[in-house]
Design a protein around this ligand. Sequence first.
Ligand code: FAD
Length: 433
Amino acid sequence: MRIHEKNYWLDTVQTPPVQSAHDLPDAVDVAVVGGGFCGLSAARALAKRGVNTAVLEAETFGWGASCRNGGMVLTGMKLPAPTLIKRYGLDAVRKMYATTIESIDLVEQIVRGENIDCNFSRCGHLEVACKQSHFDGYAEAAALVEREFNHRRRIVPPKELRGEIGSDIYFGGMVDETSAGVNPACYIAGLALAAQRAGACLHDHTRVEKIETESQSGARRFRVRTSKGACTAREVILASGAYTTEATPALRKKIIPIGSYIIATEVLPADLAHELSPRNRMIYDSKHFLYYYRLTPDNRMLFGGRAAFFPETETTVRKSAEILRRGMVAVYPQLRGTKVEYVWGGTLDFTLDVMPHTGTIGDGMHFAAGFAGHGVAAATWFGTKLAGLVCGETNSNPFAAIPFPAAPIGLRSGHTWALPLAGLWYRILDFFT
Ligand SMILES: Cc1cc2nc3c(=O)[nH]c(=O)nc-3n(C[C@H](O)[C@H](O)[C@H](O)COP(=O)(O)OP(=O)(O)OC[C@H]3O[C@@H](n4cnc5c(N)ncnc54)[C@H](O)[C@@H]3O)c2cc1C
């Protein structure tokens, strides 16, 4: 069977997700740039408060990372808690950690409240240790999370690991029951419909090309020029993630776009699927250059990793299929003869300090970015928070207080020649740590 160089999730959404609005209005209260989790959740929350909102999406809704990801709705942050505490202090990190739990609750509330059929399930996640030293660190990490953040993670010793995963290559694991899984494309479709039902205008194939400020009767307004004409907005929310363009250079120079790739196998027999992942967890390993994997609702193995560090191109996607298949068979020798039917790639929005950021940029445009591998929940939450802020809520987002460093030249969007060096650095770290 031929491998489809296309996204399995998009194959599961039967109908065109949203009816895109045709004509761009002359003026709106809020223009949202980008129609992924962040932009659509902001638009939904704004429209529910009666704010006249337009979402401007260059491609189709969810076209960016939001329809390309693993659908893992995860607790915690990319960096380990001790690193975060050293950097920001215990108080701030407690607040940050609490938001990661709250953000999963928010996804669940939206899914249930808006009746979104997207296989959302609190199946928990499993982190597996690639080295004995990694497993040794799990007990300390779980104790710290329980003591300081009042959140429980369970250690899985090697002899019990078969109850969690049908692989013998790991040194043990750690389970977090709060995490969830979702079909991201169905979630995006539901989120877009919910935003539209609430009154937001959704404009796909509308690329924002330039944003300028002007004065109207003494009040600042943004003039948003797009491929479909221009519109004026009282406020602008930038939710363009790793796909941020030259239209917003101040944000673009802060984002490090990193490629990640996924394969999906043919549908597995039910007993084999159960053997591979008896509790249907969202699974990732303990390396920097990590693999992440899960079963799909129809029992395919979906297996992802940073097979190439560069953002997706036809070449990197094709090469990634074989690299990831080898990785998958190393984890699960049972899948040696299993066909891979899908491969696709996407770009993650990293930042230099590996943290999510939010605030205002340029001439006062609101933004949120830097969700890395936690954006399903985090981008939903940050988008909703931005909507609150625009409506006059006080800023309670703990990530708003941290400085947002620029990305070094060579790692910035459009100029990513140094990315292979960053990839090499992480491989070296994986070898020695
Ligand atoms: C392969 C892969 C696997 C991942 N796995 C997971 C996972 O399992 N769990 C998890 O939590 N996270 C995961 N992530 C990360 C997660 O998908 C992202 O953090 C999240 O989707 C970011 O959402 P967003 O709305 O901020 O950005 P995006 O979804 O990237 O949306 C940005 C949108 O802005 C649009 N845009 C950009 N510039 C303009 C412009 N000038 N005009 C108009 N539109 C514009 C783009 O077309 C794009 O659609 C993964 C990412 C990838 C790529």
